[in-house]
Structures are given as C-alpha cells and as structure tokens.
Design a protein around this ligand. Structure first.
Ligand SMILES: [Zn+2]
Length: 343
C-alpha cells in the first residue's frame, strides 16, 4: 500500500493533489491523526504513510519482545507452583535428562521449531505449552500496543502497566490449569503493582476521557489514582466473593476458590471498578467455550475458573476505551430514566 502511494506522489505536486482529493473522499485518511480536511498535501500523506510504517515496525518489535517475555513467563509457570526460585538457576533444565538448555536452544518460538519440539540431548518431547505461551504473549502485547499505544498522548506508561497485568494473568491461568490454584505470589505482586501504578499513573483511573472510571475525590491527582486502584481492587474481589458465596449456597460445594477472589482484586487494582465488573460478566462466556466440551467429552466437572476470569479481563483490557465509553453511556441512560423517579 505504501509504495504505490509514494510513487504517485513523487511524480509531482499537481497529480498528488488530484490523487489526494479523490483518495481523501474515498478513504478515511482525513480523520487519521487529526489531519486537516480538504486536499491532502504531499507532506501530510507522506506523514500518514510514515506513521503507518513506523507503527507496523514497532508492532513487530513489540511482538518479538512479547515472545521473549513469554519465555520468561514459562519459567515462572514451571517454577512458582513448585516453590522454586525464579532467578536460580539462571538456565532452565530439561525435566528428564537435567542437562541445562543452551542459549541457542532457548530462543522463543524459533528453537522449538528448529528442535521440532524435542530436547537436543535426550530427545524428550518439549510441551506445546512453551511456544503457545510465547506466541500468545507476543500477540497480546502487539494487540495492546496497536489498540492503545499509538495515537493517544502519554499512552506508553499505561501500555506498559497493562502489559504487566496481561503477563500476570497468563502465569495465573497456566498455573491454574495445571494445579487448580492461583499462586499468591502472582496475585499479591499484582495487587501491589496495581496500587503503585494507580499512584504513579493516576490517569489510569481519574478524569481522562476514554478510561475515566472515577471522579476526582481529593483533588490531589496521585492520591485519587491510588483510591481508584483501591476501589477497583475491593470491587473486583467483593464481586467474586459474593458470587462464590451464592454458588456455595446453591450447589452446596465450593465452586469458586479464594484464589479467584484475589485474582480479580488484582485486576481491579489495575483497571478500576468499571472494567473489572465488565470483565467478570464477560468471563462466563469463555467458561462455556472451554467447560462444555470438557464436561461432555470427558465428563470432567472440576475446572479452573482463573483462565476464564483472565480471558474476560484480557478482552476487556484490550478494548478498554470502547468498553468504558459504552458503559458510561449506558449508566448515563439509566440515570436519565431514573431522574423522574427521584424528583
Ligand atoms: Zn533432555
């Protein structure tokens, strides 16, 4: 797309203008990045093209970075539930022959393909989990960057914070699938991280149009951000707790664990009360997609709830601004409807 456009433009200003007019009428360029309406000037069209190229290149880099992070998450997923240190030993070991994995065999995605999913020393199969977690983390990071990090000012900090949350959710989900527990290390670290992020980046919660979930209470920006995180954590945790208690009353056994309560408290600390409530109500759909086949094919009734909560949370995080926008409109509509009742 970029090269033909440039080729046309390089032929001269006159043609460029004519091209700009017709193209501007038929495509959405005039709205991209707030460019002026009317004939697109050569410079502006070039700027749009350049921004597109740069964004795509950065997205690829973010994907590669995400794969590397995913490789580290694999280490966490293996070691945390087994009570091992994340940092020692530095090198991962083959679970069967215990030989340490060489740096060249530790390249995300590529090494798995080159080794065809087997240990170089003993030929033991390497779990599909490794490339899947790497690729998933890469894709989620790239999607997060493309959906949230490219056009708004000051978005970089929030993209980094939300990337951290997504990484924690990946670890929590994978451990929950293996052991039916969500490690406290993950939710406690995440809860503190979310509160700290609210304090340092108050625009995550307060005021700013696309995400605002919270009106300023104290006037002190950073304190408001911290309160926003705390309210989010409490509402996320309380919501799951209430449903866990209702579930326990109805089914006479524990359906949702306390690990899930802590997990959603962590999510709430990052995203605020509105987004965490949305995430909670989206998650059962993920549960049905996974749980129904498991119930009917294997007759398995016990299933981890963490991955569905995480799935719902990740979906809502990626489309956070649209989700908040629609929720705000909906709440406003209800307020309008209720107004005559109270007056
Ligand atoms: Zn081996």
């Amino acid at each position: 797309m970029v090269f033909p456009r440039q080729a046309v433009m390089d032929r001269g200003t006159c043609r460029t203008r004519a091209w700009g007019k017709t193209r501007a009428a038929s495509s959405g360029y005039i709205t991209v990045g707030g460019l002026p309406t009317g004939p697109i000037r050569r410079k502006n069209a070039l700027t749009v093209a350049a921004i597109g190229v740069v964004e795509s290149a950065v997205a690829v880099l973010v994907f590669v970075f995400g794969c590397a992070v995913g490789s580290f998450l694999n280490v966490c997923i293996w070691r945390i539930p087994r009570g091992m240190s994340i940092t020692k030993p530095r090198r991962s070991l083959c679970p069967r022959c215990k030989s340490s994995i060489r740096s060249l065999d530790n390249i995300p995605l590529l090494s798995f393909l080159v080794l065809r999913g087997r240990c170089r020393d003993c030929g033991a199969p390497i779990s599909w989990r490794y490339p899947v977690v790497e690729c998933l983390t890469g894709l989620l990071f790239a999607a997060l960057y493309l959906l949230q990090g490219t056009r708004q000012e000051g978005a970089a900090g929030q993209v980094i914070v939300m990337g951290l949350l997504i990484a924690l959710l990946v670890v929590a989900s994978a451990v929950d699938i293996d052991f039916l527990i969500i490690p406290d290390e993950v939710s406690a670290f995440g809860l503190l991280g979310g509160l700290l992020a609210g304090l340092l980046l108050p625009e995550m919660h307060v005021g700013s149009e696309p995400y605002h979930t919270f009106r300023s209470l104290t006037g002190a920006h950073h304190l408001d951000g911290l309160i926003g995180s705390a309210v989010g954590a409490m509402s996320g945790g309380a919501l799951v707790l209430v449903f866990a208690m209702i579930g326990a009353l109805i089914f006479r056994k524990q359906a949702i664990g306390f690990g899930d309560v802590k997990l959603m408290a962590m999510v709430g600390a990052f995203v605020g009360w509105k987004v965490v409530v949305l995430a909670f109500f989206v998650s059962p759909f993920f549960g049905l997609l996974y749980g129904l086949p498991l119930l009917f094919l294997k007759g398995q009734h016990v299933m981890p709830f963490g991955p569905f909560l995480s799935g719902g949370a990740v979906l809502v995080i990626l489309f956070r601004s649209a989700a908040c926008h629609h929720l705000n409109q909906y709440l406003q509509m209800i307020a309008e409807l209720l107004r005559p009742v109270f007056h």
